[in-house]
Design a protein around this ligand. Sequence first.
Ligand code: NAP
Length: 547
Amino acid sequence: MPDTHALVEPSAADQVATYDAIVVGAGISGMFMLYRLRELGMTARVFEAGTNVGGTWYWNRYPGARFDSESWTYGYSFSKELMQEWDWKEHFSPQPDTLEYLNHVADKFDLRRDMQFRSTVTAAHWDDATGQWTVTLEGGQQARSTFLCTAIGILSAHTLPAIPGRDSFQGPAYHPARWPHAPVDFTGKRVGIIGTGATAIQAIPEIAKQAKQLTVFQRRPNWAAPLHNAKIDKAEMEAIKARYDEIYAHCASTAMWFIHQADPRKTLEVPPAEREAFWEKLYGEPGFGIWLGNFRDIGVNEKANAAISDFIARKIRQRVHDPKVAEKLIPKDHGFGSRRVPMESGYFEAFNRDNVTLIDTLADEPIECITPKGIRTTKQEHEFDVLIYATGFDGVTGAFDRIDIRGANGLRMKDAWADSPRTYLGMLAEGFPNMMMVLGPHTARGNIPQAIEHTVQFQTGILRFMRENGYTHVETRPEEVEDWTRTVIEAAEKLLSSKVPSWQTGVNRNVEGRNVPRVLGYNGNGVHFRRKTDDVAKGGYKEFVFR
Ligand code: NAP
């Protein structure tokens, strides 16, 4: 008898690489997930669309891009050695430094060895029979794994404006989340920018310094407050390093995991002069204090919110010389803090420059279309050399929607989440076994890197528990999903922000079907969230089904 084994060609199926876990995305989430998976002795492969690590900080290279959270609370805390060897140069790190930091982390822990770049995941299908995920990349390559870890970010699915003629513009047009790697020179250029969100608020003052003319097309203004960035010298960095344990313990004890903690007083119980002095102090301090360190009711009480909104409006009027322009920059359709507050460096003063023009596209000059030469409004055609679409992202669920994800019994994630995401703790989704979501919908966020670390710790805790108990399959329990979804919705109900259209409520008018607000995050207290997840872990993960 011939040895037929020697004659059998490996089938296509056998050639598909198989791992314990596949991680989608090599940003802050994917990098840390890989690190922890390796610690567990698991084989893992990270697929990343970009050419290197960094996620948000890889893609968003636009002028002015930087943290508006304190750098020294916004890095990884899992390695004391890493914390001690890295010097943050500024209190609010600019994008190039942050990307350098993330590359340093990738080098230090040799992460790239298990990463494949230029690899956009287009599909991930669960197979009930084999208990495996099959992941497909653009171009057709496939890989399989027992676990799928989505580390795809909450603001990674960028969206272009749904304006007729958008692709007809003959000059260069950029979305800040797809900014060229080589710096863009605006010298002598006529630049048009659409959008006035956090991204544009950072970019406008920087581009205004270079461009011949910058025209800002604003649909709805956003509240913003000064960042007050500063350099960190050697002595200050050493002092920060000496206090890292204390700093991170403090962050873990606050509602949003930042250094800022809401003031326990209620706005209207504080005498007006004292209130005013408190706000002056916060407005003059660095970072999110004016938003997160404010009186505890500004986000839930309309009168309190009106009072702080009035204070910030007065500041805008003081800073912008032309009263008509100032009025246009003051939001009238939502109160301060009911959208994510961008922190700015000279944003309002940019409108005092002769080379900057603000166009109100709701009240004065609606945009009709984009033309080969620029932007045509109802009044005129504005000609530009460069266009910037600072039009944001399909937040939180957008990155999931761009992948054809199918769970048990072929359940499509798009269908499963048509009305609302269904998750337990935002960590695992109902109907999608063995899928761990880092920064999934309905999880607590706040300080994003700290949320990532906490989530990855929790999820790799589940994986360790499974290994110790010989399980290979984990899924959610329907009653726990129901309970958590209710908790998330109840926590959102009392917030003024829940009524305001923004990426945080899942509204993006450039995406079909995304004009109705949804609850996309756990907006309760981060301390309670930590306690809840810790209790689940200590209790042996009874809220999940294992086999
Ligand atoms: P965004 O806040 O969603 O702002 C998008 C802007 O584009 C809005 O002003 C929007 O107007 C406008 N827009 C969208 N489509 C338009 C259209 N078809 N015509 C006219 N205007 C249009 O997006 P983003 O500025 O990119 O910021 C998103 C989030 O990213 C921020 O909230 C923040 O969480 C994060 N971010 C963080 C940092 C940081 O850490 N420092 C920096 C940048 C961004 P409407 O308001 O009328 O829709």
